[in-house]
Design a protein around this ligand. Structure first.
Ligand SMILES: Cc1ncc(COP(=O)(O)OP(=O)(O)O)c(N)n1
Ligand SMILES: Cc1ncsc1CCOP(=O)(O)O
Ligand SMILES: [Mg+2]
Length: 221
């Protein structure tokens, strides 16, 4: 029997902004350096108020400053929670949580080419449903403790292993991921690692973090 199985594509980095950005022009400069340091598949603008809800004004402001620049660098831009704002900004898509707009509604608003991601937390069932509804990826997590989001629930590596062995739809791992703890997630089958503090708070700076993540992905490919 001939083995026709294709090797899995290399895991890629999915960068998430810090939840608050004080100086937008300083952030734009830092982001430009960060994106030129190595492969970044996508950038999610995730700007939150103190209540954990999307900060529409900050998202609008940061989005206007960085969307075209990131896209020109070959990085897809997704907006957290807000499909309509994604459309207005000319972004590539939206990431939706459990309590956000349904995937089908976002698809109707954004059209067939938009990238729509959906949170599955630790639920294989929820991920299947999102896939059936037309999501382009599902996100499992939190795999590690995080201070970036309150109220996360733990997810096990087995979710990634089972999903990768059975499904074609890409899966994202999220939650407290750093260069030092990322390897098991890559080995378990994550197509993308979604990372915020592990990049922005890296001891050698965000560009060094992007280089280190890419070196790790290469070493495990
Ligand atoms: C890639 C990715 N995965 C999961 C989340 C979490 O989304 P959600 O549950 O809607 O929580 P908030 O990010 O809105 O606080 C995400 N943003 N990105
Ligand atoms: C948004 C989100 N959803 C689950 S964990 C998390 C936080 C991701 O940020 P970090 O990479 O800093 O843990
Ligand atoms: Mg959300």
């Amino acid at each position: 029997m001939t083995d026709t199985a294709q090797p899995r594509p290399r895991t890629r980095l999915y960068l998430i902004t810090p939840p608050q950005i004080g100086d937008v022009s300083a952030f734009r400069k830092s982001l430009e350096e960060t994106l030129s340091a190595g492969d970044v598949a996508s950038l999610q603008l995730r700007l939150k108020g103190q209540d954990g809800m999307i900060d529409m004004q900050a998202t609008q402001e940061v989005g206007a400053a960085v969307t075209a620049m990131a896209q020109e660098a070959g990085v897809a831009v997704l907006i957290n929670d807000a499909a309509e704002l994604s459309r207005q900004l000319g972004a590539d898509g939206v990431h939706l949580g459990w309590d956000d707009m349904p995937v089908k509604t976002a698809r109707a608003l954004l059209g067939p080419d938009a990238i729509i991601g959906a949170t599955a937390k630790n639920s294989y069932h929820r991920a299947m449903q999102a896939g059936e509804d037309g999501a382009d990826y599902v996100a499992f997590g939190a795999f590690y403790p995080t201070t970036t989001k309150e109220g996360t629930i733990p997810a096990e590596l087995e979710l990634l292993e089972v999903w990768q062995s059975a499904m074609i739809l890409p899966c994202v791992a999220i939650g407290g991921i750093t260069v030092s703890n990322a390897a098991p997630l890559v080995t378990a089958g994550a197509d993308f690692l979604a990372v915020s503090s592990g990049v922005w708070n890296h001891e050698d700076g965000p560009a060094a973090a992007v280089r280190a993540f890419n070196a790790l992905f290469e070493s495990l490919a």
